[in-house]
Design a protein around this ligand. Sequence first.
Ligand SMILES: [Zn+2]
Ligand SMILES: [Zn+2]
Length: 447
Amino acid sequence: MTRSPGSAEAATALRIRGLVQGVGFRPTVWHVAWQLGLTGDVRNDGEGVLVRFSNADETQVDDFIRALRERLPPLAVIDSIERYPIAPFGAGDFDIVASAATTPLTGIVPDAATCPACREEIFDANDRRYRYPFTNCAHCGPRLSIIRAIPYDRANTSMAVFPLCERCAAEYTDPTDRRYHAQPNACPACGPRIWIDNRPDVEPLQAAQACLRDGGILALKGIGGFHLACDAGNSKAVRRLRQRKRRYAKPFALMARDLDVIRDYCTVDALSGQALRSPAAPIVLLPADGKYRLPDAIAPDSGELGFMLPYSPLHHLLLAPWDSPLVMTSGNLSDEPQCIDNADAGERLAGLADQVLLHDREIVNRVDDSVLRVMAGQPRPLRRARGYAPAPRLPQQPGRHPPCGRTAGAAAKDPAPPCPYRRGNGRERSAGRSPPRLSAWHWTVLG
Ligand SMILES: [Zn+2]
Ligand SMILES: [Zn+2]
């Protein structure tokens, strides 16, 4: 459509398709429309998002589309915007309308790693979500793993059984809040909780930490399945995990608190660093040529290690005191599918783990960790799962988390400086040798 200055104001609709639901899209539309002084409304429906302006001329609609694209929420992807005239309607303001129940055709958004704003809250002793493992907002948190049906509304997710408390409901209904329509929104007063299986008397995070520190194997329920974790520097613990899991050669994935810890063991190039810190938070394969080494049992006969960063509040809380990595391998026996359900975990993981950390947010869809390697200057997914599935492609700005709220400054910082002290148990100075590299397919089946 050509721009014609002075064209008459008319009622206009925009049909927007893509990954536009459950990503903070309607509040962005609302903000942009409000700033441009436009009246009308925005709603989710089965085809995506429908925006209606009651009195916009072509120039104003052009300005709106340009501003919307510039301020797109980090997890949103626009496939198309279709513009067409509609019958006049009255609107004194710009409103967000409840979802219409029509045939759903819109895409489901992948699960996204905890954003910097939420991470800051869980480490802020004055915040009501201090140490709360299910903190999330419209820019982060579970999506695919909790959804039963679309449109993506809370009633269609496994969060439906947790009624919002007054404060969470106020956030959920305030278009200026970053938790506006954040479907998994929760807090300690109303949301899911964690516990250690068969040990109702203990503080779960402390008990989990004690288990790991003592060289034990911890099973923990995560976003899309269970993990088995142990101290990656404790070669006895790693060997015991291999024996129990009956996984004798495949590499174990690792999780580290921050990039500085990973850099102690691996070279992290710019693209790999960007992928590690992206909302998808995949496992990234890196050359194991840092100043410290891990026991050979982590990735036998490999010159690489597969690292990921914490991607849920529970991971951040668990990893916070660790200045060295944890093994974080999928919670299953070799060649069995990953566990997702509490009863199943009780049966199948009882013999594998010394402690089982459970929660009561149901995992609806099993989602494995994604695996990626940078090859020839390009990030190449070797396993496209959490963070990428079911999106047909990456969000437009995969490395960006929103500079929202009070966290813009803290966003770039890792939570704590690296500790120079490293415990023993197989962690040694690198001898500088370069073991043979595993083939890509080998890593796609890593635990
Ligand atoms: Zn967030
Ligand atoms: Zn609440």
